[in-house]
Design a protein around this ligand. Sequence first.
Ligand SMILES: [Zn+2]
Length: 239
Amino acid sequence: MRLKEMLPYQIHEAIAKNVPLLIPAGCVECHGNHLGVGVDTIIVEELCCAIAERLPAVIAPTIDYGPTGWAVSGPEEGTMDVNGNHFYLFVKDVLLSFLLMGWQRIFVIIHHQGMDGPEALAFRKAAAELAFELTRQKKGLGWWGFQSPETHGNVWTRIRVMPSVLPEVSEICRGDHAGYFETSLMLYLRPEAVDLSQLQKSTFWYADQPNSPAKNANREDGEIFFKAMVESWVKFLQS
Ligand SMILES: [Zn+2]
């Protein structure tokens, strides 16, 4: 289910049943000449949809305009950037709203730049601060030191910031930027946002790495990659 389409009573029911809330997070960033600039967002959105088809899960509105640091291009190639500190303040407010709403299992899913990139770091910092601040508000100073851990409840894991490709499938899904892996995924998920003939322009080295060239991409492998990602997420959420 999508949060945007849910009525208040349905939200109450989902929270009471401890249904996970999936937050897709992405960015607008050049992915070579041959892919749409929303690749990293599209992949996490499709992943969330596929997970929600397999088990009860609520999909939050996407947080799309993430920091890119202008790492792969300037704005002339379609990349956008937001200041990481501004982004952190914004996502902290968003996450706080979800916590106040009552969600107990919140998963921010990121495909862009890994867990140490500015986007993931902003979410991780916001999540960690909220865990401390809200618990201190509720329980007072010294709550951790004076009370046994069993009394704290779900403090540290209410919000988890995680990669789209879980470690269990990293051997199958070897990440790249607009190379064989991402291009195959896009050929499977959103072929209308792929034009392999544009590879002739060969402006960007990353699309033509010897071990992962975009020109070898194909829909069949994209399906294998995507299904492995979905399967590992479903297993993880069921465990
Ligand atoms: Zn990407």
